[in-house]
Design a protein around this ligand. Structure first.
Ligand SMILES: [Zn+2]
Length: 385
Protein backbone atom coordinates (compact mmCIF):
# COMPACT_ATOMS: atom_id res chain seq x y z
CA UNK A 1 0.00 0.00 0.00
CA UNK A 2 1.38 3.37 -0.99
CA UNK A 3 2.59 5.68 1.75
CA UNK A 4 0.19 8.56 2.12
CA UNK A 5 1.37 11.56 0.12
CA UNK A 6 2.85 14.63 1.80
CA UNK A 7 0.60 17.70 1.71
CA UNK A 8 0.72 19.55 -1.59
CA UNK A 9 0.07 23.03 -0.12
CA UNK A 10 3.57 23.95 1.11
CA UNK A 11 5.18 22.76 -2.13
CA UNK A 12 2.72 24.72 -4.29
CA UNK A 13 3.37 27.85 -2.20
CA UNK A 14 7.11 27.51 -2.72
CA UNK A 15 6.62 26.89 -6.48
CA UNK A 16 4.40 30.01 -6.63
CA UNK A 17 7.08 32.08 -4.89
CA UNK A 18 9.92 30.81 -7.10
CA UNK A 19 11.71 33.25 -9.41
CA UNK A 20 14.60 32.05 -11.58
CA UNK A 21 17.70 34.14 -10.91
CA UNK A 22 20.09 32.65 -13.44
CA UNK A 23 18.02 30.85 -16.09
CA UNK A 24 14.42 30.08 -16.98
CA UNK A 25 11.71 28.21 -15.12
CA UNK A 26 10.01 25.52 -17.21
CA UNK A 27 6.62 24.10 -16.17
CA UNK A 28 5.29 21.08 -18.08
CA UNK A 29 1.84 19.56 -17.47
CA UNK A 30 0.60 16.24 -18.77
CA UNK A 31 -2.88 14.81 -18.81
CA UNK A 32 -2.66 11.13 -17.76
CA UNK A 33 -6.41 10.46 -17.62
CA UNK A 34 -6.59 6.83 -18.88
CA UNK A 35 -9.57 7.64 -21.08
CA UNK A 36 -7.47 10.27 -22.88
CA UNK A 37 -4.03 8.61 -22.84
CA UNK A 38 -4.59 4.86 -22.39
CA UNK A 39 -1.17 3.57 -23.49
CA UNK A 40 2.50 4.41 -22.99
CA UNK A 41 2.64 5.22 -26.70
CA UNK A 42 -0.11 7.82 -26.23
CA UNK A 43 1.82 9.35 -23.33
CA UNK A 44 4.88 9.59 -25.60
CA UNK A 45 3.06 11.61 -28.26
CA UNK A 46 1.57 13.94 -25.62
CA UNK A 47 5.05 14.44 -24.09
CA UNK A 48 6.53 15.36 -27.46
CA UNK A 49 3.78 17.86 -28.23
CA UNK A 50 4.07 19.55 -24.79
CA UNK A 51 7.89 19.73 -24.97
CA UNK A 52 7.75 21.08 -28.56
CA UNK A 53 5.40 23.77 -27.31
CA UNK A 54 7.93 24.67 -24.59
CA UNK A 55 10.75 24.78 -27.17
CA UNK A 56 8.72 27.25 -29.24
CA UNK A 57 8.30 29.46 -26.17
CA UNK A 58 12.04 29.38 -25.50
CA UNK A 59 12.65 30.49 -29.12
CA UNK A 60 10.17 33.36 -28.67
CA UNK A 61 12.08 34.48 -25.59
CA UNK A 62 15.48 34.07 -27.30
CA UNK A 63 16.03 37.82 -27.92
CA UNK A 64 15.91 38.36 -24.14
CA UNK A 65 18.22 35.45 -23.24
CA UNK A 66 21.99 35.19 -23.12
CA UNK A 67 23.79 32.16 -24.54
CA UNK A 68 23.99 30.32 -21.22
CA UNK A 69 20.28 30.80 -20.52
CA UNK A 70 19.20 29.61 -23.97
CA UNK A 71 21.48 26.57 -23.72
CA UNK A 72 20.29 25.83 -20.16
CA UNK A 73 16.63 25.88 -21.24
CA UNK A 74 17.38 23.56 -24.20
CA UNK A 75 19.22 21.14 -21.91
CA UNK A 76 16.35 21.19 -19.38
CA UNK A 77 13.83 20.41 -22.12
CA UNK A 78 15.93 17.57 -23.60
CA UNK A 79 16.34 16.00 -20.15
CA UNK A 80 12.68 16.62 -19.29
CA UNK A 81 11.50 14.97 -22.50
CA UNK A 82 13.71 11.92 -21.90
CA UNK A 83 12.49 11.62 -18.32
CA UNK A 84 8.79 11.92 -19.21
CA UNK A 85 9.10 9.44 -22.09
CA UNK A 86 11.25 6.84 -20.36
CA UNK A 87 10.99 7.10 -16.59
CA UNK A 88 7.57 8.53 -15.84
CA UNK A 89 5.72 6.37 -13.30
CA UNK A 90 2.04 7.02 -14.03
CA UNK A 91 0.64 4.48 -11.56
CA UNK A 92 -2.39 6.04 -9.86
CA UNK A 93 -1.69 9.50 -11.29
CA UNK A 94 -4.26 11.25 -13.47
CA UNK A 95 -1.99 14.16 -14.24
CA UNK A 96 1.68 15.03 -13.99
CA UNK A 97 3.68 18.20 -13.52
CA UNK A 98 7.40 18.60 -14.11
CA UNK A 99 9.06 21.79 -12.86
CA UNK A 100 12.64 22.44 -13.80
CA UNK A 101 15.03 25.38 -13.68
CA UNK A 102 18.38 23.69 -14.22
CA UNK A 103 20.61 26.77 -13.93
CA UNK A 104 18.92 27.60 -10.61
CA UNK A 105 19.21 24.01 -9.40
CA UNK A 106 15.47 23.38 -9.03
CA UNK A 107 13.51 20.34 -10.20
CA UNK A 108 10.21 18.82 -9.01
CA UNK A 109 8.40 15.75 -10.32
CA UNK A 110 4.78 15.87 -9.27
CA UNK A 111 2.24 13.09 -9.94
CA UNK A 112 -1.25 14.58 -9.61
CA UNK A 113 -4.44 12.89 -8.36
CA UNK A 114 -6.57 14.96 -10.75
CA UNK A 115 -6.34 15.38 -14.51
CA UNK A 116 -4.38 18.40 -15.77
CA UNK A 117 -4.56 19.66 -19.35
CA UNK A 118 -1.41 19.29 -21.42
CA UNK A 119 0.45 22.60 -21.19
CA UNK A 120 3.90 24.18 -21.22
CA UNK A 121 4.97 27.43 -19.57
CA UNK A 122 8.38 29.10 -19.78
CA UNK A 123 9.41 32.22 -17.90
CA UNK A 124 11.07 33.59 -14.78
CA UNK A 125 8.33 32.05 -12.64
CA UNK A 126 6.66 28.64 -12.56
CA UNK A 127 3.00 28.18 -13.55
CA UNK A 128 0.79 27.01 -10.67
CA UNK A 129 -2.79 27.52 -11.92
CA UNK A 130 -2.87 23.99 -13.47
CA UNK A 131 -2.39 22.60 -9.93
CA UNK A 132 -5.56 24.18 -8.53
CA UNK A 133 -7.70 21.06 -8.99
CA UNK A 134 -5.14 18.82 -7.28
CA UNK A 135 -4.61 21.39 -4.53
CA UNK A 136 -8.32 21.57 -3.70
CA UNK A 137 -8.64 17.79 -3.42
CA UNK A 138 -5.45 17.49 -1.38
CA UNK A 139 -7.31 16.99 1.88
CA UNK A 140 -6.62 14.34 4.45
CA UNK A 141 -9.52 11.99 5.17
CA UNK A 142 -9.44 9.44 7.97
CA UNK A 143 -11.74 6.55 7.09
CA UNK A 144 -12.93 4.19 9.82
CA UNK A 145 -14.64 0.86 9.12
CA UNK A 146 -16.38 -0.05 12.34
CA UNK A 147 -18.34 -3.08 13.48
CA UNK A 148 -18.67 -5.34 16.51
CA UNK A 149 -15.51 -7.14 15.51
CA UNK A 150 -14.03 -4.57 13.26
CA UNK A 151 -12.07 -1.38 13.70
CA UNK A 152 -9.87 -0.41 10.79
CA UNK A 153 -8.61 3.13 10.29
CA UNK A 154 -7.08 4.40 7.07
CA UNK A 155 -5.61 7.75 6.24
CA UNK A 156 -6.03 8.89 2.65
CA UNK A 157 -4.78 11.95 0.79
CA UNK A 158 -4.34 12.77 -2.89
CA UNK A 159 -5.23 9.25 -4.05
CA UNK A 160 -2.88 7.32 -1.74
CA UNK A 161 -3.90 5.45 1.38
CA UNK A 162 -2.21 3.92 4.42
CA UNK A 163 -3.54 1.83 7.28
CA UNK A 164 -3.42 3.79 10.54
CA UNK A 165 -4.58 1.10 12.89
CA UNK A 166 -6.45 -2.17 12.87
CA UNK A 167 -8.44 -3.39 15.90
CA UNK A 168 -10.31 -6.13 14.14
CA UNK A 169 -10.88 -8.96 16.62
CA UNK A 170 -12.81 -12.13 17.20
CA UNK A 171 -14.98 -11.07 20.13
CA UNK A 172 -17.21 -14.14 20.13
CA UNK A 173 -14.20 -16.42 20.10
CA UNK A 174 -13.12 -15.04 23.45
CA UNK A 175 -16.11 -16.45 25.29
CA UNK A 176 -17.21 -19.96 25.68
CA UNK A 177 -20.86 -19.89 26.68
CA UNK A 178 -19.98 -22.66 29.16
CA UNK A 179 -22.29 -22.67 32.15
CA UNK A 180 -23.48 -19.08 31.52
CA UNK A 181 -27.13 -18.36 30.93
CA UNK A 182 -28.00 -17.15 27.45
CA UNK A 183 -28.95 -13.71 28.84
CA UNK A 184 -25.73 -13.29 30.76
CA UNK A 185 -23.73 -14.44 27.73
CA UNK A 186 -25.55 -11.89 25.57
CA UNK A 187 -24.87 -9.09 28.08
CA UNK A 188 -21.20 -10.01 28.07
CA UNK A 189 -21.06 -9.75 24.28
CA UNK A 190 -22.85 -6.37 24.32
CA UNK A 191 -20.43 -5.14 26.95
CA UNK A 192 -17.44 -6.22 24.86
CA UNK A 193 -18.89 -4.66 21.72
CA UNK A 194 -19.35 -1.35 23.49
CA UNK A 195 -15.80 -1.48 24.85
CA UNK A 196 -14.57 -2.18 21.34
CA UNK A 197 -16.54 0.78 19.90
CA UNK A 198 -15.12 3.00 22.63
CA UNK A 199 -11.65 1.80 21.78
CA UNK A 200 -12.09 2.63 18.08
CA UNK A 201 -13.66 6.03 18.85
CA UNK A 202 -10.64 6.74 20.99
CA UNK A 203 -8.24 5.84 18.18
CA UNK A 204 -10.20 8.14 15.90
CA UNK A 205 -9.94 11.01 18.41
CA UNK A 206 -6.16 10.62 18.37
CA UNK A 207 -5.91 10.20 14.60
CA UNK A 208 -7.66 13.52 13.95
CA UNK A 209 -5.83 16.54 15.21
CA UNK A 210 -8.31 19.25 16.26
CA UNK A 211 -8.23 22.20 13.86
CA UNK A 212 -6.10 20.35 11.29
CA UNK A 213 -8.78 20.35 8.59
CA UNK A 214 -8.67 16.54 8.44
CA UNK A 215 -12.02 15.00 7.49
CA UNK A 216 -13.56 11.79 8.81
CA UNK A 217 -15.76 9.19 7.10
CA UNK A 218 -17.22 6.33 9.16
CA UNK A 219 -18.36 3.12 7.54
CA UNK A 220 -20.62 0.93 9.67
CA UNK A 221 -23.97 -0.83 9.52
CA UNK A 222 -27.03 1.35 10.02
CA UNK A 223 -28.05 -0.21 13.40
CA UNK A 224 -24.72 0.61 15.01
CA UNK A 225 -24.44 4.15 13.76
CA UNK A 226 -26.11 5.93 16.69
CA UNK A 227 -24.23 3.87 19.29
CA UNK A 228 -20.90 4.72 17.70
CA UNK A 229 -21.80 8.35 17.05
CA UNK A 230 -22.41 8.95 20.77
CA UNK A 231 -18.86 7.81 21.50
CA UNK A 232 -17.19 10.21 19.08
CA UNK A 233 -15.14 13.08 20.48
CA UNK A 234 -16.63 16.53 19.67
CA UNK A 235 -13.78 17.45 17.30
CA UNK A 236 -14.23 14.15 15.42
CA UNK A 237 -17.98 14.78 15.08
CA UNK A 238 -17.16 18.22 13.69
CA UNK A 239 -14.76 16.69 11.15
CA UNK A 240 -17.34 14.14 9.93
CA UNK A 241 -17.93 14.25 6.19
CA UNK A 242 -20.55 11.55 6.49
CA UNK A 243 -21.46 7.92 7.08
CA UNK A 244 -21.47 5.04 4.72
CA UNK A 245 -22.60 1.43 4.92
CA UNK A 246 -19.99 -1.28 4.75
CA UNK A 247 -19.70 -4.95 3.88
CA UNK A 248 -18.23 -6.99 6.74
CA UNK A 249 -14.73 -7.29 5.33
CA UNK A 250 -14.63 -4.53 2.72
CA UNK A 251 -11.21 -2.94 2.27
CA UNK A 252 -10.59 0.73 1.64
CA UNK A 253 -10.84 0.22 -2.14
CA UNK A 254 -14.53 -0.61 -1.71
CA UNK A 255 -15.06 2.55 0.34
CA UNK A 256 -13.13 4.89 -1.97
CA UNK A 257 -15.98 5.87 -4.33
CA UNK A 258 -18.18 6.90 -1.39
CA UNK A 259 -15.32 8.77 0.33
CA UNK A 260 -14.69 10.57 -2.98
CA UNK A 261 -18.35 11.47 -3.31
CA UNK A 262 -18.56 12.80 0.26
CA UNK A 263 -15.37 14.84 -0.20
CA UNK A 264 -16.62 16.30 -3.50
CA UNK A 265 -19.89 17.31 -1.84
CA UNK A 266 -18.03 19.02 1.02
CA UNK A 267 -15.69 20.88 -1.36
CA UNK A 268 -18.73 22.07 -3.31
CA UNK A 269 -20.27 23.34 -0.04
CA UNK A 270 -17.04 25.16 0.81
CA UNK A 271 -16.99 26.87 -2.60
CA UNK A 272 -20.63 27.91 -2.24
CA UNK A 273 -19.93 29.33 1.23
CA UNK A 274 -16.97 31.34 -0.12
CA UNK A 275 -19.10 32.68 -2.94
CA UNK A 276 -21.81 33.69 -0.46
CA UNK A 277 -19.25 35.48 1.69
CA UNK A 278 -17.91 37.30 -1.36
CA UNK A 279 -21.45 38.40 -2.34
CA UNK A 280 -22.09 39.69 1.18
CA UNK A 281 -18.80 41.59 1.27
CA UNK A 282 -19.49 43.02 -2.17
CA UNK A 283 -23.00 44.12 -1.22
CA UNK A 284 -21.71 45.87 1.88
CA UNK A 285 -18.84 47.54 -0.02
CA UNK A 286 -16.37 45.52 2.00
CA UNK A 287 -13.28 43.51 1.23
CA UNK A 288 -14.44 42.04 -2.09
CA UNK A 289 -12.75 42.28 -5.47
CA UNK A 290 -14.72 42.09 -8.72
CA UNK A 291 -12.20 42.85 -11.50
CA UNK A 292 -9.01 41.32 -12.86
CA UNK A 293 -7.23 44.65 -12.54
CA UNK A 294 -7.91 44.84 -8.81
CA UNK A 295 -7.28 41.12 -8.34
CA UNK A 296 -3.81 41.45 -9.91
CA UNK A 297 -2.97 44.38 -7.65
CA UNK A 298 -4.25 42.65 -4.52
CA UNK A 299 -2.34 39.46 -5.40
CA UNK A 300 0.88 41.45 -5.83
CA UNK A 301 0.25 43.26 -2.53
CA UNK A 302 -0.26 39.96 -0.61
CA UNK A 303 -3.81 41.09 0.21
CA UNK A 304 -5.75 38.12 -1.20
CA UNK A 305 -7.30 35.81 1.37
CA UNK A 306 -9.21 33.71 -1.16
CA UNK A 307 -9.50 34.10 -4.92
CA UNK A 308 -12.29 32.35 -6.83
CA UNK A 309 -11.66 31.74 -10.53
CA UNK A 310 -13.74 29.99 -13.18
CA UNK A 311 -11.07 29.24 -15.80
CA UNK A 312 -11.55 32.34 -17.97
CA UNK A 313 -8.48 34.51 -18.11
CA UNK A 314 -7.67 37.72 -19.99
CA UNK A 315 -4.14 38.40 -21.22
CA UNK A 316 -1.78 39.78 -18.62
CA UNK A 317 1.76 41.04 -18.28
CA UNK A 318 4.25 40.55 -15.48
CA UNK A 319 7.32 42.41 -14.30
CA UNK A 320 10.47 40.28 -14.83
CA UNK A 321 12.11 42.04 -11.88
CA UNK A 322 9.48 41.84 -9.12
CA UNK A 323 6.78 39.59 -10.58
CA UNK A 324 3.99 42.16 -10.25
CA UNK A 325 1.14 41.50 -12.69
CA UNK A 326 -0.71 43.98 -14.85
CA UNK A 327 -3.75 43.86 -17.13
CA UNK A 328 -1.95 45.96 -19.75
CA UNK A 329 1.60 46.10 -21.15
CA UNK A 330 4.02 48.91 -20.27
CA UNK A 331 6.39 49.53 -17.39
CA UNK A 332 6.28 48.24 -13.81
CA UNK A 333 4.86 50.98 -11.52
CA UNK A 334 7.37 49.98 -8.83
CA UNK A 335 10.68 49.60 -10.67
CA UNK A 336 10.04 50.76 -14.25
CA UNK A 337 11.08 47.41 -15.80
CA UNK A 338 9.34 46.59 -19.12
CA UNK A 339 6.52 44.11 -18.52
CA UNK A 340 6.50 40.76 -20.36
CA UNK A 341 3.33 38.90 -21.35
CA UNK A 342 2.74 35.81 -19.17
CA UNK A 343 1.56 32.74 -21.09
CA UNK A 344 -0.77 31.81 -18.21
CA UNK A 345 -2.63 35.14 -18.38
CA UNK A 346 -4.27 36.98 -15.49
CA UNK A 347 -5.56 33.79 -13.86
CA UNK A 348 -2.03 32.44 -13.49
CA UNK A 349 -0.69 35.73 -12.10
CA UNK A 350 -3.50 36.02 -9.54
CA UNK A 351 -3.10 32.37 -8.52
CA UNK A 352 0.68 32.71 -8.25
CA UNK A 353 0.54 35.94 -6.24
CA UNK A 354 -2.20 34.70 -3.91
CA UNK A 355 -0.61 31.30 -3.23
CA UNK A 356 2.90 32.67 -2.78
CA UNK A 357 1.54 34.96 -0.06
CA UNK A 358 -0.35 32.30 1.92
CA UNK A 359 -3.69 33.07 0.25
CA UNK A 360 -6.01 30.43 -1.20
CA UNK A 361 -7.38 29.97 -4.70
CA UNK A 362 -10.46 27.93 -5.57
CA UNK A 363 -11.74 26.96 -8.98
CA UNK A 364 -15.52 27.32 -9.34
CA UNK A 365 -17.80 26.32 -12.20
CA UNK A 366 -18.98 29.70 -13.43
CA UNK A 367 -18.85 33.25 -12.11
CA UNK A 368 -21.46 35.08 -14.13
CA UNK A 369 -21.25 38.22 -11.99
CA UNK A 370 -17.68 39.04 -13.10
CA UNK A 371 -15.20 38.40 -15.91
CA UNK A 372 -13.98 35.24 -14.17
CA UNK A 373 -12.51 36.37 -10.86
CA UNK A 374 -13.83 37.15 -7.40
CA UNK A 375 -11.60 37.65 -4.41
CA UNK A 376 -11.92 38.19 -0.69
CA UNK A 377 -9.26 40.41 0.81
CA UNK A 378 -7.48 40.22 4.12
CA UNK A 379 -7.81 43.96 4.46
CA UNK A 380 -9.33 46.66 2.26
CA UNK A 381 -6.75 47.79 -0.31
CA UNK A 382 -8.70 50.72 -1.64
CA UNK A 383 -12.24 52.05 -1.94
CA UNK A 384 -14.30 49.71 -4.11
CA UNK A 385 -14.64 50.97 -7.66
ZN1 LIG B 1 8.51 45.33 -10.95
Amino acid sequence: MAQVATPLGPLVRSLAGFRAERGLGISLFLNLDPTVVPTTKDVGSHVRSVVDDARRRVLELAPHLDHEQALGARNDLDAGEAFLEEELDRSGARGYALYVAGLDGVRYELPLPTAADDAAHVGRAFAVAPLLGALERDREVVVAAVGRERGTLWRTRGGSTEVLDDRTEEIHGRHDQGGWSQARFQRRIEHDALAHFRDVADLLAHAVEPGSGTFVVVACVEEQRSTFEELLAPHVREALLGWTAVEAHAGHEALEPEVDRLLSARLEDEREALLDRWREERASGGKAIVSWRDALEAAADAAVEVALVDGRSPKAWACPACGRGSIEPGGCPLDGTSLVEDSGGALELVARGALANAGRVRRIARLDETQGVAALLRYPVRAAR
